[in-house]
Design a protein around this ligand. Structure first.
Ligand SMILES: *Cc1c(COP(=O)(O)O)cnc(C)c1O
Length: 493
């Protein structure tokens, strides 16, 4: 399948090349030339498949040049790293409300669903596209992508990974997870600033011809593990289908019934994968975009104007503390009926003025597919407490934002389709705030919080958390946001 850039000046013949390159040469994002269709017959077939088989079945529609059996083996390998080999187990809350738990992978966040598979997709993508250089993957992270990428790519041959995270913008557990990372090919640097600063710095490096040519002299090409890379996005499409197949399997819905998905959103990658699933034919009614106090997306969905000129808040759901959601470009591109010039102009406006607006027509299209709302800090913590009291279920802070938004969605719209909430992280990654929500207060020490959370909820502490206590801290560097290029050059020298 061919992939085109949202800005119209770059096109590649295969998904493999789009994945190997990460970002299009014109600064745009790669999108599939068309959306392959999955039929009701296919959905029925998926009922009896395990998660890895479902993943391969969905992915191969885009990754046609990848050998099916080899891709299947890679999927099996990836999802064997998840508890019970399931990338997205479905949990029933009540007759109409379900949660898919996407956090049972190696680093306890939904990013693992894609980042356990991306190393294969990328290495194979380079082979299939004749890229022979060493690949340097640059990652800007709001906390979870960084760790998942480090773990996914550690000691991968011919690949180096460098992660930038906001020095004060991640949870203690997230920071420990990244700074204790093992592997000879990895580097982790804290940046003084927020996630947007990290992402902007990385994007700048990606689009600099000068840096590209300096790196090429060292036989290095850049790629990305952020959801700007189609290889990150594609595996995320699977769990929308998988949740639907599981609902069918347990007779919770009938084939063709519409389902709503509620997604705690930051960079708009996760929910965009849901939009792609819908374009492929999955019976989705509304996609619900849930934000925290950094509710630039809520305002966009309500007003049709994206305006990043606003105060940035550090919240208890740090992985969603983002004001410039990169993947929105892909949605806006679709809303405009794939108008390259308009998309490019809007992205230029976003860069120069921090804002752009949709047309009335685009806005009404948006309204028919999405609902958006947000949960502030208090609502988030209150939801964690209430859901635990009522169902004995422990939500992490990000999933709690989605849960609260799901309840608002049902209240405001009276939409009575089945609701599936995407749970994006283990509560133990955010033990301090989750404990505070359930207990009223919490000690400073993250491990103490984890132990107390276990005592209160009997939800087992994942090993990945327990291990952190004794791991050596390898990365301690903190830099200014203007020094990212130097840091990259130092790393590759
Ligand atoms: C990354 C992340 C999100 C946001 O997902 P996007 O794809 O960036 O919208 C939400 N919750 C958690 C726990 C995350 O790690």
């Amino acid at each position: 399948m061919k992939f085109i850039s949202t800005r119209g000046k770059s096109k590649v013949d295969y998904a493999a090349t789009a994945i190997a390159k990460g970002l299009a040469d014109d600064g745009g994002l790669f999108v599939p030339e068309n959306f392959p269709k999955i039929t009701f017959d296919d959905l029925t077939k998926m009922i009896d498949m395990d998660y890895a088989e479902r993943a391969c079945f969905v992915l191969h529609n885009y990754l046609e040049e990848y050998d099916y059996q080899e891709l299947l083996d890679a999927c099996k390998n990836s999802y064997a790293k998840f508890e019970d080999g399931d990338g997205a187990p479905l949990v029933k809350i009540d007759d109409k409300t379900f949660i898919i738990e996407l956090f049972h992978g190696p680093t306890l966040a939904f990013k693992d669903v894609a980042l356990t598979l991306l190393p294969y997709l990328l290495r194979k993508g380079c082979d299939l596209s004749g890229i022979k250089e060493e690949v340097l993957i640059l990652v800007a992270t709001s906390g979870d992508t960084g760790k998942a990428a480090l773990e996914g790519f550690k000691d991968a041959k011919g690949i180096k990974v460098m992660v930038f995270f906001p020095s004060e913008g991640v949870s203690d557990m997230q920071k420990m997870q990244m700074t204790t990372q093992e592997g000879q090919n990895v580097n982790v640097v804290a940046v003084k600033g927020n996630f947007d600063d990290c992402q902007t710095a990385v994007k700048k490096i990606f689009t600099s011809k000068e840096i590209a040519s300096d790196l090429l002299k060292k036989n290095i090409v850049l790629s990305s593990a952020n959801s700007m890379n189609f290889g990150r996005l594609a595996p995320q499409i699977t769990y929308y289908f998988s949740a639907y197949a599981d609902l069918l399997a347990s007779n919770e819905i009938k084939l063709g019934d519409k389902v709503n998905f509620v997604v705690p959103t930051g960079n708009f990658g996760n929910i965009l994968a849901g939009y792609y699933a819908k374009q492929m034919g999955l019976p989705i009614d509304k996609l619900v975009c849930a934000s925290n106090s950094n509710n630039v997306l809520t305002e966009f969905f309500v007003s049709g104007t994206y305006d990043a000129n606003r105060e940035f808040f550090k919240t208890v759901s740090p992985s969603m503390d983002i004001l410039i959601s990169s993947n929105l470009e892909r949605l806006v591109f679709e809303l405009s009926n794939r108008d390259f010039e308009l998309t490019e102009r809007r992205m230029a406006e976003l860069k120069s003025q921090g804002k752009y607006s949709l047309t009335a027509q685009e806005k009404s299209k948006l309204d028919s597919e999405f609902f958006a709302d947000y949960a502030d800090e208090e609502e988030c913590l209150q939801t964690i407490g209430e859901v635990f009291d009522e169902y004995g279920y422990v939500l992490d802070t990000h999933t709690a934002v989605a849960y609260d938004t799901a309840m608002k969605f049902i209240d405001y719209t009276n939409n009575d389709n089945t609701v599936v909430i995407l749970s994006t992280a283990s509560p133990y990654k955010f033990a301090h705030d989750v404990l505070r929500a359930i207990n009223g207060r919490a000690p400073e020490d993250a491990f103490k919080c984890a132990n107390m959370l276990y005592e209160q909820t009997a939800t087992p502490i994942p090993n990945q958390i327990l291990e952190l206590k004794t791991k050596e801290r390898r990365f301690t560097k903190v830099i200014n946001k203007n020094d990212t290029v130097n840091a990259v050059m130092e790393f590759v020298d």
